[in-house]
Design a protein around this ligand. Sequence first.
Ligand code: AMP
Length: 415
Amino acid sequence: MRVLLVGGGGREHALALGLAGDPAVEALFAAPGNPGIAAVAELREVTPTDPAAVAALAVEVAADLVVIGPEAPLVAGVADAVRAKGIAVFGPSAEAARLEGSKTFAKDVMTAAGVPTARAYTCEDAAAVAHALDEFGAPYVVKDDGLAAGKGVVVTDDRAAAERHAAECGRVVIEEYLSGPEVSLFVVTDGEAAVPLLPAQDFKRVGDGDTGPNTGGMGAYAPLPWAPPNLVDDVMRDVVHPTLAELRRRGTPFAGLLYVGLAITPSGPRVIEFNARFGDPETQVVLALLETPLGGLLHAAATGTLGAHPPLRWRDGAAVTVVVAADGYPAGPRTGDVITGADRAGIIHAGTRRDADGTLRSAGGRVLCGTATGPDLAAARDAAYELVRDVELAGSHHRTDIAAAAVDGRITIPG
Ligand code: AMP
């Protein structure tokens, strides 16, 4: 199988490692890729959000499968353009990707499908915003309606800050606050059959103890020792299958990766958000534990044959990833700094570039992540931090408490 992977962040580096490790993948191309991905794939230049350019590249490299990593190309219709060339693609159509691209659309689908989620209003002016904030009370949850790379959400007790964010965004979704630990569940689907991966937890806030602004994600771990044993079965029954059925009913089946972001509240799991692609950095830990060859799994989903795919196999133990972020991230990350200590197994590149002379430099807010597995969560956590300790990048920062509450048995479900 010849595979073209679209994207160039940490998620794509993790996907590239998984695809390169599949004996059925005989050639792997990545566009645009990154210096970490370059070790396992042939890099090609492309604008990932240009449907015609990606489709032409897929034809040029004779791809049997195109795997689309980030959300922006999906929303731009890249999967549709590749499919139109008769090439299998892992990633939903632009229509189905609206599940991520528009919070209002996602709420609409959830309501129609009876999926448990926060009550919400879409607001377009200050009066509607004030009314919604009054109704739900603090903590206030204000979300930009469109794509915002995980940074369009403000959760705050500060009414003025909530109003300010709403005014900056224009069209916003204001919703009820959901309390309880968060879970990311990835589901591989061909639109009908659906296969859950291991649940993971990520860390959205920039600072230790979940303080500071939201980010794209500062670390993750899997599996979740504290999760209720029937969590995945319940979410498949109450969330995933009804959502997939509703999208089929609308004539826009969702094939690809359905990311279900959940809060485990006192009254059960509630959907915080859907995404139309693998989460970053949870992908790094989930794929580190997946033993089943990744290319075959994604190809089955892309060709409507997932129902015939054998059950997934997982490695024992746990995985942890710790993100190293650039100085100033998330408000205003500084780029261009020299990185050393990063050329080793377990370092996933997220925002890096390499000079002609081989020097590695930061090129994004989240620069790289240290990803490790171990016989248990504590061992994996220690190994991930050991990787991060050896990385040198001026002004960089990382959270020091990734997976700590789970290791210490401090996560409880309220109720
Ligand atoms: P989203 O982009 O919708 O995933 O939101 C980013 C983060 O904001 C989530 O991971 C949660 O930590 C938080 N969040 C979003 N919606 C809610 C909600 N209704 N209640 C509590 N926290 C929320």
